[in-house]
Write a protein that binds this ligand. Structure first.
Ligand code: B12
Length: 440
């Protein structure tokens, strides 16, 4: 081959029009900056490693191999300990889905699934230790048993879907019954959590697409899965608002994953509009968890691509970027904090209602802390750290219980659920915020 032809071939990708399933070329700088910020957060040893962050780094176009390797080692360290031992030696202390209690811990279906996806996204892919796959299959069975008994998995349909997807990506079969349970849930519209079902329906559709494409189920079930995925895509296109957002801005990347995995990104007009909406709102993705969920689609990837990743030379071109501190806002604001318990066993609906003065830049978490410091000391709360940030678990001594499927819902008065957690939401001066013990 003559030199000019080689040169031409090298230049060819740049000369081709942007592929329809990727964001427009003009957005490359903003996407790159988002990836660099996530890398910066991943390099912070004070943060617990999150397999979803690793997945996002792996599904990106540019890399920082040394940092990615170090992050993987930290993940391996975290997951090796709980899952290094065999299931048999653990048999008697398993989670009791009947009573909703456990001598050990509840199933960790979603976290383990994300970790297994991460191992497969490593170059070359790492085969998980047999015990990890056994644990995930076991958790899925627990979730399946929970859904037989109570109509919902012990964890959530989102985690159940991630579990099926991860096993499928690793070419591991699950019982048809386990898959059929998800089909039934989708069919009966039982995939929603607190109103928005897009994230979960998308994860389930990805799992179905994987099972069908990788021929891990028989022809009859495969046909049903195909129909279910088509139905899910239609629901997503229908859920699109005039602003292009599908569900809310944080569920939009999941809908895009489905269009990418099924190839509908080529033809579905909702795809381009949703991608444009993401690009217009990239500043909404300010936490590691939200960045990790949006980045794969900004690189034109879905989690299904992990099943067919080819290891080639990866450009060592990404450098970590610090997340800019929030601008200082002078002055103060006053927020009205209300606590409500509409559940039948609560002695009254409104348990707390007070004005709380805070600095102008305060987050809802700051408001809760300020309320707890007021005299007389009436307000108390607890949080639990999660990869999404602090999750509000207890208010005024009332604990929201996972097994009872209740949670402290965050609302802006009169009735708008917040789309962010307590650490990220910054209420306006004069706003009324409601913490409401709700069921999901
Ligand atoms: C299931 C789910 C819930 C369940 C979790 C209970 C359970 N046992 O599973 C319930 C209904 C309780 C819930 C509540 C909320 N959720 Co939610 N939830 C999800 C969902 C669909 C799946 C999470 C999951 O299982 N991930 C897989 C596991 C392996 O990852 P994980 O990080 O370990 O998951 C745990 C935490 O994420 C935690 N969690 C769930 N939601 C939230 C939200 C926040 C802000 C925090 C800090 C933690 C948290 O519960 C998970 C299970 O233990 C995601 C969808 C998504 N795209 O991520 C939304 C999602 C994470 N939730 C979201 C929101 C906004 C909330 C609420 C703030 C809603 C509200 N207005 O009250 C509350 C949290 C309030 C609080 N008390 O602090 C947003 C977060 C967006 C953001 N900016 O970060 C998401 C992305 C949905 C969306 N598209 O808007 N959620």
């Amino acid at each position: 081959m003559g030199l000019p032809l080689v040169l031409l071939l090298l230049l060819l990708p740049a000369a081709l029009p942007a592929r329809r399933c990727e964001p427009p070329q003009g957005s490359a700088g903003a996407v790159r900056a988002l990836g660099a910020r996530l890398l910066g957060l991943a390099g912070d040893p004070a943060r617990d490693p999150d397999p979803a962050v690793y997945l996002a780094l792996r599904l990106a176009r540019e890399h920082h191999p040394r940092l990615e390797r170090r992050y993987l080692e930290r993940l391996q360290h975290t997951f090796q300990h709980p899952y290094g031992r065999s299931l048999q030696s653990h048999g008697h202390s398993r989670w009791d889905a009947e009573r909703g209690t456990s001598a050990a811990e509840p199933p960790q279906t979603g976290r383990l699934a994300l970790y297994l996806l991460g191992l497969q996204a490593t170059c070359p892919p790492l085969s998980p230790h047999r015990s990890l796959v056994t644990w995930l299959k076991y958790y899925l069975e627990e979730d399946w048993r929970g859904s037989q008994r109570h109509g919902h998995p012990v964890t959530s349909h989102y985690q159940y879907g991630l579990g099926v997807l991860a096993l499928c990506v690793h070419r591991k079969r699950v019982r048809d019954e386990v898959v059929r349970r998800l089909l039934t849930a989708q069919h009966h519209g039982r995939l929603g959590h607190g109103g928005n079902s897009v994230d979960t329906e998308a994860v389930v559709a990805l799992a179905f697409t994987c099972l069908e494409q990788r021929r891990l189920v028989g022809t009859e079930l495969a046909a049903k899965l195909r129909l279910a995925v088509r139905e899910a895509s239609r629901n997503m296109a229908k859920a699109q608002g005039p602003d292009g957002v599908i569900g809310n801005i944080y569920s939009t990347p999941w809908a895009l994953q489905v269009f990418l995995a099924t190839g509908e990104c080529q033809t579905e007009p909702a795809f381009g509009q949703a991608m444009a909406a993401l690009l217009e709102n990239l500043e909404a993705f300010g936490t590691a968890a939200t960045m990790a969920q949006v980045l794969p689609v900004l690189h034109g990837h879905s989690y299904l691509d992990i099943a067919s990743m080819h290891c080639r030379e990866e450009p060592d071109t990404l450098t970590p970027l610090d997340v800019e501190p929030l601008p200082e806002v002078p002055g103060n604001k006053t927020v009205r904090l209300v606590v409500e318990c509409p559940l039948p066993w609560c002695y009254e609906l409104r348990l707390y209602d007070r004005l709380v003065p805070v600095p102008a830049a305060a987050s809802l978490l700051d408001v809760l802390q300020a309320a707890a410091a007021l005299e007389p000391p009436e307000f108390r709360f607890h949080t639990q750290d999660t990869p999404q940030g602090p999750f509000l678990t207890q208010v005024l001594g009332l604990e929201a219980r996972q097994e009872k499927r209740n949670y402290w819902q965050l609302l802006s008065a009169p009735n708008t659920p917040l789309q962010m957690g307590i650490a990220d939401y910054r209420p306006q001066d004069g706003a009324t915020l409601i913490l409401r013990l709700s069921e999901w």
